[in-house]
Design a protein around this ligand. Sequence first.
Ligand SMILES: [Cu+2]
Length: 342
Amino acid sequence: MLPQSLLLALGAASTAAASVIPRQNGTTCTNPVVRKEWRELTDAEKAEYLRAAVCVRNLPKQKYSQIEAVTTRMDDLVYTHFSLNLDIHFVANFLPWHRWFLHLHENLLRDECGFKGVQPYWDWSIEADSRTMPESPIWDAATGFGGNGVKTGNPTPGFQRCVVDGPFANTNLTLAMGWPDMNTVGNRLHCFTREFNSAEGHDPVTGEIIIGDMQVSAYSSAVMRTIDNFDTYRRMSEMLEGLPHAQIHSVIFGDMGPATSPNEPLFFLHHANVDRAWARWQGRNATRLADYAGFIDRDETIRASITDEMPVMELADTKPVVQDYMDTMAGPLCYTYSKMTL
Ligand SMILES: [Cu+2]
């Protein structure tokens, strides 16, 4: 079972479309684009997504002119997610906010990097059920996102452990926010990194971090089935966020750990899978499409409403309203997932 301390730590630190018809703006969604699982993409489709993901990390920022630490276009997203941490995690809007964020990111890839595909998702319950998380094809250097961080021998903080293979290897990407100081933002350059773990500390003999099975019991299909079986939004959302969502962030760790986690390109595939779990639970059932409850603050003083506006800081010109992000096939959204069963 999941150590409570880890969940609490994640509470503070954790951290998370359409090509033919990209914008619906109230028109009917008759031809939704299909978000596919990473393994379902052709190698060309994978390469196209990876190309766009590198591209957005090399474009200059457009927002936050006053914030020196924000330098790239991806930093615009990272800084927003980081700064809003307490307003968008472990509160009611966790799911609709991240649904909006993914949609914004996908449009950005399309509009600013010429992305031709559709946002993919990563169904980590496949790795969980086969207990093969450290060996997942998602880490492939050629057709994936590169692997675990490795010790570099560089003593400079932020450069001691880096992802050294794949399209986001440290030579191609230097990040200004987050790791190794996870809780304050600042212009601290560091390499892109991961630190696979099972929250079991270090091997007493080798001193290496224990990778183990990467806590697969927290994000297996059995867990997803339990989540699926809740009958209220609030309980479903709380377990989805607190268990599989949070554990994926913490077992990959490095840049995936702190609230600057959109630094990790897999953030968007991870959150697409979380979004898929919500969409599956909703099942486009009228009652569930309207089921939204909880609190807007962690102290649970203000009840959330489906008409709430969600915070965006400078990232967007208008604040999205929760009810516009309840249905993946209505309002501004028009997408579905390749697999809606468990
Ligand atoms: Cu998040």
